[in-house]
Design a protein around this ligand. Sequence first.
Ligand code: NAD
Ligand code: WQD
Length: 342
Amino acid sequence: MKKQILVTGGTGYIGSHTVVELLNEGFEVIIVDNLSNSDISVLENIEKITGVKPAFEKLDLSEALQTENLFEKYRDIDAIIHFAAFKAVGESVEKPLDYYSNNLGSLLNLLSCMNKYKVSNVVFSSSCTVYGQPDKLPVTEETLRREAESPYGNTKKVCEDILQDSVAAYRNLKGIALRYFNPIGAHKSALIGELPVGIPINLVPFITQTAAGVRKELKVFGNDYATSDGSAIRDYINVVDLAKAHVVAVDRLINTNNKHDYEVFNLGTGRGLSVLELVETFQKVNDLKLNYSIVERREGDIEKIYADTTYANAELGWKATETLEDTLLSAWNWEKNVRNIK
Ligand code: NAD
Ligand code: WQD
């Protein structure tokens, strides 16, 4: 019998790519999403790519009753991948209660139902934001977490703690927290990708929208950091590589006899790239000129961070393989598809 995976936030950016990889690997998928930051049309596009239309439930996981009804309906869930959350750092500073209530509330409701309905396995979407600006690079899973810079970052830290404590307390519950670095790019089909609402906060969607003429100019935040070209450094990981790591994590929870109850993995490439290097590569592979200027640093930004992937590569048998060039091609192809640009 096919293993059944509940994917919360499955019509969102990372969730939709993960659903595609799960379906490709023969899992049965149930998507739960309240569509607060995604569109229902994603379902059809998942079907176009995979030939399978997954089950879909529109509901709000921060509502206890709605979550309970979900577990009443689906009695054979083997594992859950929990993507559903609010994720805009700046917005979380303005609306901290919305962020705590949605991000913590959803996880608490899920874990309570998992306990009650005997669902054992959960993968949680965490973030490299839990490390802040580390003293030593690259960042390993042992690197100490810092005090969060934003309510959003704090929800990731607290959710990790909630998961760890729950796994320690409830027999049969196993959890993996995956700390993503900077996910970018889109599926090669250009049928799914990142679709930010309003003005993009993240670098790559801002670049692709500028190239498409939706934004006038990219502002590069700072060129006075202590880096080779002065712009900040991040570890940009292809979203399909990231999605594949979730399939491995689910397999690890369901199929293996590993004795770990709670595990943490860094998901990155191990390569630190500056903003200007990324802009340069985007222009080169897509053969276009981007309108950009250098402005002041963005408040709250860190100088540099990138992952030590040794542990994740060895333990999960997973590695990010997509090139930066192909990833930036995919990001532009997706934007062109969204904007009907030939
Ligand atoms: P996204 O906004 O595209 O996807 C999240 C989905 O969850 C959306 O479709 C939204 O409608 C849904 N959702 C939110 N609250 C919900 C609720 N209460 N009930 C049901 N559905 C709900 O975001 P994403 O970029 O795909 O991120 C997925 C996860 O990964 C999030 O937890 C995010 O914090 C984490 N993460 C993202 C990044 C990144 O840069 N994209 C980096 C690190 C971690
Ligand atoms: C990347 C680099 C900017 C936009 C955020 C969250 C983090 C995680 C990933 C969820 C930085 C520069 C950006 C622009 C620019 N998300 N930049 N001009 O800040 O590394 O991380 O997303 O967990 O929690 O904080 O990502 O894409 O916003 O920025 O120069 O218009 O690009 O200064 O150096 P960031 P980002």
